[in-house]
Design a protein around this ligand. Structure first.
Ligand SMILES: Cc1ncc(COP(=O)(O)O)c(C=O)c1O
Length: 459
């Protein structure tokens, strides 16, 4: 796709006076990914005029970069950035890392290429057609009533959440939920919050940035260790009960009861982050913890793992004693979430589009997971996959003694972006890699595992 290149000038040295300066700066922009595949470059005449250099300086730099494979020159359509995932290395290769990952196996995104664009567009059209003019004024800070009604129904049906439309607040993704809740907790005297260890790095960082001290509590094969939680001074805890992040453990029924007992005895609060529970493959659905005591559990959900993080749409099901304070915070925070997108999501839920998308992607994710596991079993038989029955990622347990952070770095050098388990924990109990597979096709996953195996063996 041809792109506007007016911002391009800022990528270059001001008035470079040598051919190599133009060439070097262009190469740097390419390698850092600021010039993406398909971008059309200005003509040599235009760029030379912008930079105040001789035209021949630019043509020579273009020719050199075409020779190196960064650029493609076609008669009649100018010079474009070559559509490739990796760049050749040259003498003056600057950043050691490739600008675009050959394989991006981080967790966090679903299959963005499978986003139901046509249905989402249709939902927007239907929503906008149906909304009365008054609905285009400032939104209800608790959320669009039509969406809250659909969600109460959906969450009850799919996650066994006990929520009425009145208990739900629509948020701009879980991230906003953490911000609002941290604020309200602090106003109520909380200074710390217990968080599973290992845990989701971003959630942990967010809680800290909102002024709560994060106290790690270990996780074992049954989920959060409630005995260890009880030994802390915290009166709030953040858990991923249906699919522990990142280990994938389901919180055991006995632990669930213990956790609710803890909350009742401590006058405490449980924040349940139900981030990817709809994605399960070989086990029955596990209902939300929230239903055990909706007065003690805040339930948090998001469209980020089902549709796309770019939507920034999520929800909280709140105990009555917190609801008004959270809505008030939301009002002061951003005056409410955008109504049209909420109405579109309500339409998607009402017409079954959300469920259909889930069914379609479940098949896709199962194939991807199986491809990953098969490849690991054949190329890295000593590695043990953990938490494979659900979600969009697995943990690969590495042989004892492996330095997972060193492996992460070595893989990055080869263009594989994957995080070591050590990043997620204060007390590493074993080395591992946390591998997100949802956004990568089976063939690419197999290729990635071959690269990972080669790098591992070379360490
Ligand atoms: C554990 C966990 N919680 C929540 C989220 C989603 O956050 P948000 O709704 O802000 O996109 C993610 C996404 O990566 C996650 O991994």
């Amino acid at each position: 796709m041809a792109r506007n290149w007016t911002t391009f000038r800022e990528l270059l040295l001001p008035r470079p006076n040598r051919r190599r300066a133009v060439e070097t700066e262009l190469r740097r922009a390419l390698r850092e990914g600021r010039l993406t595949p398909g971008t059309r470059l200005p003509s040599s005449r235009d760029l030379a005029a912008q930079l105040g250099v001789a035209r021949g300086t630019v043509t020579a730099a273009y020719a050199q970069l075409v020779g190196e494979g960064y650029l493609t020159a076609k008669h009649g359509s100018g010079t474009t950035v070559t559509a490739t995932g990796t760049w050749p290395s040259g003498d003056d290769a600057e950043p050691e890392r490739p600008p675009r990952w050959r394989f991006d196996l981080r967790t966090g995104v679903p299959a963005l290429a499978a986003f139901p664009r046509a249905e989402w567009l249709a939902a927007h059209r239907a929503a906008l057609t149906a909304l009365p003019d008054e609905a285009l004024g400032y939104p209800d800070p608790a959320g669009f009533a039509g969406l809250r009604a659909e969600l109460a129904d959906y969450l009850g049906r799919v996650r066994a959440v006990a929520a009425s439309p009145g208990s739900l607040v629509i948020i701009n993704g879980s991230a906003e939920g953490l911000s609002l809740l941290s604020r309200v907790l602090r106003e109520r005297g909380h200074r710390s919050i217990a968080v599973e260890d290992p845990s989701h790095l971003r959630s942990r960082e967010m809680l800290t940035s909102h002024g709560l001290e994060v106290v790690p509590v270990p996780v074992d094969g049954h989920g959060l260790r409630v005995d260890a939680l009880a030994a802390t001074d915290c009166r709030a805890v953040f858990v991923t009960a249906a699919h522990q992040f990142p280990l994938g453990v389901v919180l055991h029924p006995q632990r669930r009861r213990e956790l609710i007992d803890w909350a009742r005895e401590r006058d405490g609060l449980v924040l349940e982050d139900d981030y990817d529970a709809e994605h399960r493959y070989d086990r029955p659905a596990v209902g939300a913890l929230q239903a055990l005591d909706p007065s003690r559990v805040v339930y948090q959900g998001t469209t980020s793992k089902v549709l796309a993080p770019a939507l920034r749409l999520g929800w909280l099901a709140l105990p009555e004693h917190l609801r008004d304070d959270v809505v008030e915070r939301k009002r002061f925070h951003d005056m409410g979430t955008a109504t049209v997108a909420q109405a579109a999501l309500a339409h998607l839920l009402r017409t079954g589009g959300y469920d259909r998308h889930l069914r379609r992607t479940r098949v896709l994710y199962r194939q991807r997971r199986d491809a990953l596991l098969d490849a690991v079993a054949s190329e890295l038989p000593d590695w043990r996959p953990i938490g494979i029955a659900a979600g969009l990622h697995v943990v690969l347990r590495l042989p004892d003694g492996t330095d997972d952070l060193a492996l992460e770095r070595a893989l990055a050098e080869r263009g594989v972006h994957v995080r070591a388990l050590a990043n997620h924990t204060r007390e590493p109990s074993f080395p591992g890699l946390v591998v997100g597979y949802a956004a990568t096709t089976p063939d690419r996953l197999r290729e990635a595992v071959s690269v990972v195996a080669a790098v591992f063996r070379s360490l």
